[in-house]
Design a protein around this ligand. Structure first.
Ligand code: PRP
Ligand code: MN
Ligand code: MG
Length: 175
């Protein structure tokens, strides 16, 4: 079935939000010798790529795949590390990048795990935030756009793996 999509956040609006996020991040990490940006696959790929090209200084990248969704449509909280980081984060300034924070379960598990590895600092940047859906409290220092509880796709976000490549964010009218 073909889905009907309605644009919620345009490419221009995404770029504006990214500029603001990057400005804050650049200000906060001024003087830090190196920043390790960790993208959670797969959803973060587009925001990761667009955000890091706006960052100043010595930026390193790493990736992690954490799967939390079982058969259902909501994250279970049983977060499995499908692919771990390539390198140690001991003593590093780490910034996790996400496409969206929904219940908070994924990020809370990933943050708890990464904290045990003794980073110098650990913060989260999420392009979208759906605060009304939060089940677990996670401190998200950098947010692009706060959205209501609607099913959204595009800009990394999928519906059954489709639509991740869209350069805008849309709601699915007939899910
Ligand atoms: C989605 C999204 C976030 C997470 C948010 O990832 O990309 O990572 O769910 O949900 P939560 O706050 O309720 O945990 P998903 O597990 O669908 O994997 P994906 O990134 O590969 O799409
Ligand atoms: Mn994800
Ligand atoms: Mg997904």
């Amino acid at each position: 079935m073909k889905h009907e999509l309605k644009v919620m956040i345009t490419e221009a609006e995404i770029n504006q939000a990214l500029d603001k996020m990057a400005e804050k991040i650049n200000r906060d990490y001024q003087g830090v010798d190196s920043l390790l940006v960790v993208g959670l696959l797969k959803g973060s790929v587009l925001v990761m790529s667009d955000l890091v090209r706006r960052l100043d200084g010595n930026v390193h990248l790493d990736f992690m795949t954490a799967s939390s969704y079982g058969a259902g449509t909501e994250s279970s909280g049983d977060v499995k590390i499908v692919m771990d980081l390539a390198r140690s984060i001991n003593g590093r300034h780490v910034l996790i990048v996400e496409d969206i924070i929904d219940t908070g379960r994924t990020l809370s598990k990933v943050c708890a795990l990464l904290k045990t590895r003794n980073p110098a600092s650990l913060e989260v940047a999420s392009f979208l935030d759906k605060p009304s859906r939060r089940v677990v409290d996670v401190p998200v220092k950098y947010v692009g756009v706060e959205i209501p509880d609607e099913f959204v796709v595009g800009y990394g976000l999928d519906y059954d793996e489709a639509y991740r490549q869209l350069p805008y964010i849309a709601t699915v009218l007939n899910p």
